[in-house]
Ligand binder design. Structure first.
Ligand SMILES: [Zn+2]
Length: 468
């Protein structure tokens, strides 16, 4: 009897919790953020305090947590466009497509439905605002690479807030034929294009916002910011938290019916494409800090707010085998992303007329990655790097290790690889089929009771928000 009562009370609690509609919806997508990217970050945070176990992020403490599958209609390993489409429309499609099903039919997405239900809509990302994941909530295009056409769909949507690091292909169609510049088209449609500083000064008079970093500013990797000078941090970086905050400010103006925000932490994926664990960790922390802004909002409107945090896929086939805190704590010595370290090395090579000596390279890798200093190097480790040095830097070439988003210097890529191996972190792929996580809190979060799939998540959110 006791058991029956308990079960019944759980059911009733579930009904009570989902009875209130989610007037305010936050849909966070960590691009490439598999369960191990989270475990890596939380374990690293404990490791640098000399402890075993984890120091939890904010979103992993949400009361509801489950896992999700994300295979696409054309592969067991999805790309961001197909998974974004499933997360936005509830229908799986072929890799590369945005808002179009495998037969070429247009799919309505949750952001469009939210708008039709009278909600204000914000789409934000730490990468190009017309890149694949935001594009899945903005556009209907047969190819994720049709950036100009995606930007035109953004204008046609008329959403209230867009924020990102750039607009790709501002003056060219996908086939590179010239097109009318896109920014004036946004302005003609009523958007104020501003950087965060201009937004802070003048948002009261802005109706629709397209927030992009201003001249000299860009959304760089967080690791390249947290290790930068305070002045550069203030001038040259936009955090995910700043974007989330600006979106809330914009959407809460004259807001009667609520809002829908999709916010993507995009560069987790980029760091993992480069197999760069220290950079990935700071991106997950940056993502978490944006979610903390939403959590503060939730505390003001707990019965009307739903926050869902998930990912489109895992990137890197990340493996973790750190045994003691000293393993992952090694990653703390890395001062910049692999990407920026490659640029720094290339600049150093150009500055010097002579060839950089092996001693100078050791100094550079010691200074920025702790090799031969905090990170002990055996004969094989040194030989592997020395061999690369002889065939690249000693021949005045940087060499090239290309991934989807970067072209890194060969010796930097290998040196970061050494550091990751010493930290007992391994990588096997670009995107992988590993489960992705789902965390939820607030109105309707109790709907996420079971192992789910990327195509089911928007269906559950629409149910929680009572979209028609
Ligand atoms: Zn992705």
């Amino acid at each position: 009897m006791k058991k029956i009562l308990l079960t019944l009370s759980v059911v009733l609690l579930g009904i009570a919790a989902s009875a209130q509609e989610a007037k305010y919806v936050f849909y966070f997508i960590g691009d490439g953020m598999g369960t191990n990217q989270i475990q890596l970050t939380e374990m690293y945070r404990a490791s640098i305090e000399g402890r075993l176990g984890i120091e939890p992020l904010a979103f992993t403490q949400f009361p509801v947590a489950t896992i999700s599958t994300h295979y696409s209609a054309s592969s067991n390993v999805t790309d961001s466009a197909a998974s974004g489409t499933a997360l936005a429309t509830g229908t799986k499609t072929r890799n590369g497509r945005l808002g179009i099903d495998p037969d070429g039919n247009k799919l309505t997405n949750i952001a469009e439905i939210a708008k039709a239900n009278g909600k204000k809509v914000g789409i934000l990302t730490t990468t190009g605002i017309n890149h694949a994941t935001p594009g899945a909530f903005e556009a209907h295009q047969p190819d994720r690479g049709w950036y100009y056409e995606i930007a035109q769909d953004m204008i046609a949507n008329g959403f209230d807030f867009y924020g990102g690091a750039a607009i790709y292909y501002e003056q060219f169609y996908h086939d590179k034929t010239p097109a009318a510049p896109i920014r004036p088209q946004f302005e003609a449609a009523g958007y104020t294009i501003c950087n965060p500083r201009e937004f802070a000064a003048g948002h009261k008079d802005m109706k629709k916002v397209l927030m992009l970093p201003g001249e000299g500013q860009s959304i760089t990797y967080s690791i390249d910011c947290v290790n930068d000078t305070p002045e550069n941090q203030a001038n040259n970086h936009v955090t995910f938290a700043q974007l989330v905050d600006a979106a809330i400010t914009t959407l809460m103006k004259d807001n009667k019916k609520g809002f829908f925000i999709m916010a993507e932490g995009s560069e987790i994926d980029h760091a993992c494409h480069s197999h760069d664990a220290a950079t990935c960790i700071q991106e997950v922390i940056d993502f978490d800090e944006g979610i903390r802004v939403a959590l503060e909002f939730y505390k003001k409107y707990p019965k009307q707010t739903l926050i869902v945090v998930t990912a489109d896929h895992e990137t890197g086939g990340l493996g973790l085998a750190p045994k003691k805190p000293e393993d992952l704590a090694l990653l703390k010595v890395q001062k910049h992303s692999m990407n920026v370290l490659s640029s720094m090395l290339k600049a150093k090579m150009q500055e010097k007329e002579d060839v950089l000596s092996w001693e100078e390279i050791k100094e550079f890798l010691g200074e920025n990655l702790g090799l031969w200093r905090e990170v002990s190097m055996n004969w094989e480790d040194e030989k592997a790097l020395r061999d690369i040095y002889e065939t690249t830097v000693a021949k005045k070439k940087a060499g090239s290790v290309k991934d989807l988003y970067a072209d890194n210097a060969k010796i930097v890529s290998a040196a970061v690889g050494v550091l990751n191996r010493k930290a007992r972190v391994s990588w096997v792929s670009s995107h992988s089929a590993a489960y992705t996580p789902v965390f939820a809190i607030g109105a309707g979060s109790s709907l996420f009771t079971h192992k789910t799939d990327n195509a089911e998540i928007p269906v559950l959110i629409m149910k929680a928000a009572a979209y028609k």
